[in-house]
Design a protein around this ligand. Structure first.
Ligand SMILES: [Zn+2]
Length: 475
């Protein structure tokens, strides 16, 4: 059967798919029913299942993807910032809807009513399990993988399964792979592909001694490290340095398998309460980066974004300004001021990410804490992961601490077992009241309320902050 075509040769069903998707998005936004980040994609795909494939193929310089357990949104956001500084036009699913329907909705939203895309790159954050599905529809030129931690076991099963899904997505189009050399779960992937590695080479002398003292505590509790094994012979890796989790410099005890030498790396890394600095080294460049984001995990996110940007031949000036002038995404190390008081919001959703957020907060001597835990479907129903996150780091912080969300009591118990003095913990299940309690703890100008919510607590926080005239980004 011959499909009817419009004047420009675009199949009529595709134009209709775009129009229907855009109309449904407009309707959803007009009625205040949300950000329209998924449903319009479903509508468009119903009318023409190839709509994503045809629209994305119009990007002039190609399609790049970011996947992995933690840091997808921030890494894609940092890369978007670099590409904007290089004058590139993007289609980017910055709302974080990272399944097939969400990615379709984003592309349809960016298209003209007649179904054309005016962009240099499509930049997609893609869920690990969705990557092979998206890769079937779109030729992805490069896939960046941030890290692989245990995450929501009920959804993904074993780490191996996740690694296989990502590898399948990369193999589908023979994409270039941009991989974290310091994460053995990632560095061992897709040995047959063209691979580019990034990693941390060295810390600043101060950071090194701080890390060594933390590592001593961590090895005592063994909370901070995840075992990883050689892909060739199955032997446990030995490390000369661990930055966090299983990320570090490793080698097999039995065979020649070891951390690959990264072509782009950070040295002299220094992490402070709300920011970090490092030298970014690649080819014959050395860029001094000061990153307006807390924590070692964000150094990795910046390094990952830079690695992919360099792969795309983006000039050094754009890489540097894109990282140094980055403004945060919704709930990811996002800084806000409310009534002259400072808040830093860091989404937590699994042990590795929560440990990193806690470690960044613990480094701030003026930190006050609000931890909000829900167990709705999008958070993961099982909150036992709280016991695998390194809340022990908070035992030496002056606090005080507020806990909230529908599992606030579990969180209070967790803090007590982590060694936090129970008299410093306030339990307030209502998030709005908990925010007031947290802000009341901030008395000096240097005080910051570190607010660590699970996903649905973050959505609730978004509504609360909007009504208080202090909206989060993207809202
Ligand atoms: Zn081995």
């Amino acid at each position: 059967m011959r499909a009817e075509k419009t004047e420009r040769g675009i199949p009529l069903s595709e134009t209709l798919a775009v129009i229907a998707g855009k109309l449904s998005a407009q309707t959803i936004r007009l009625l205040g029913l949300g950000l329209a980040s998924n449903l319009p994609g479903k509508v468009s795909r119903k009318i023409n299942p190839a709509v994503l494939s045809h629209l994305a193929a119009q990007a002039r310089e190609g399609v790049v993807a970011v996947s992995g357990t933690n840091g997808k949104s921030t890494t894609a956001g940092l890369l978007a910032s670099i590409l904007h500084h290089a004058g590139k036009k993007l289609v980017h699913n910055r709302q974080g809807a990272n399944l097939v329907a969400g990615i379709t909705a984003c592309v349809v939203d960016s298209a003209s009513w007649s179904g054309s895309i005016d962009a240099d790159y499509c930049l997609f954050e893609i869920d690990e399990a969705a990557l092979p599905l998206v890769a079937k529809e779109i030729k992805i030129d490069s896939v960046l993988v941030t890290n692989l931690f245990r995450d929501q076991l009920d959804r993904f099963g074993e780490l191996d399964t996740t690694a296989k899904l990502i590898s399948k997505g990369i193999d589908q189009n023979h994409s270039n792979a941009v991989l974290n050399a310091d994460d053995p779960n990632v560095a061992q992937m897709v040995p047959g592909s063209r691979r580019v590695f990034y990693g941390i080479k060295s810390l600043s002398p101060n950071e090194q001694s701080a890390l060594e003292s933390v590592a001593l505590e961590a090895s005592a509790s063994s909370k901070n490290s995840e075992l990883s094994y050689c892909a060739s012979c199955g032997e446990e890796y030995s490390y000369t340095i661990v930055f966090y989790g299983q990320l570090g410099h490793y080698a097999c005890r039995k065979c020649a398998n070891k951390r690959p030498e990264p072509g782009i790396y950070a040295e002299n890394v220094s992490v402070k309460a709300g920011a970090s600095s490092f030298d970014l080294v690649y080819a014959n460049q050395k860029l001094e980066i000061s990153l307006p984001l807390p924590g070692m995990f964000n150094v990795y996110n910046a390094l990952a974004a830079a690695a992919l940007a360099v792969e795309l031949a983006i000039p050094a000036e754009a890489v540097k300004s894109g990282l140094c002038e980055y403004s945060t995404l919704f709930g990811r190390s996002e800084k806000l001021s409310l009534g002259g008081k400072h808040l830093l919001i860091q989404l937590i959703k699994n042990p590795a990410g929560a440990s990193q957020a806690v470690s960044a907060a613990a480094a701030d001597p003026d930190a006050k804490f609000l931890i909000a835990i829900n167990d709705n479907y999008a958070d993961g129903r099982d909150v036992s992961w709280l016991w695998d996150a390194d809340f022990e780091l908070l035992s030496s912080c002056p606090g005080p601490f507020v806990v909230s969300g529908n599992r606030c009591n579990d969180m209070a118990v967790r803090l007590k077992y982590a060694g936090v003095d129970p008299s410093k913990i306030t339990v307030e299940s209502e998030l709005s009241a908990a925010i007031d309690a947290g802000l009341a703890l901030c008395k000096k100008d240097s005080d910051t309320l570190w607010l660590m919510p699970t996903y649905t607590c973050l959505l609730e926080l978004q509504k609360i902050m909007k009504t208080r005239g202090c909206p989060l980004s993207g809202t």
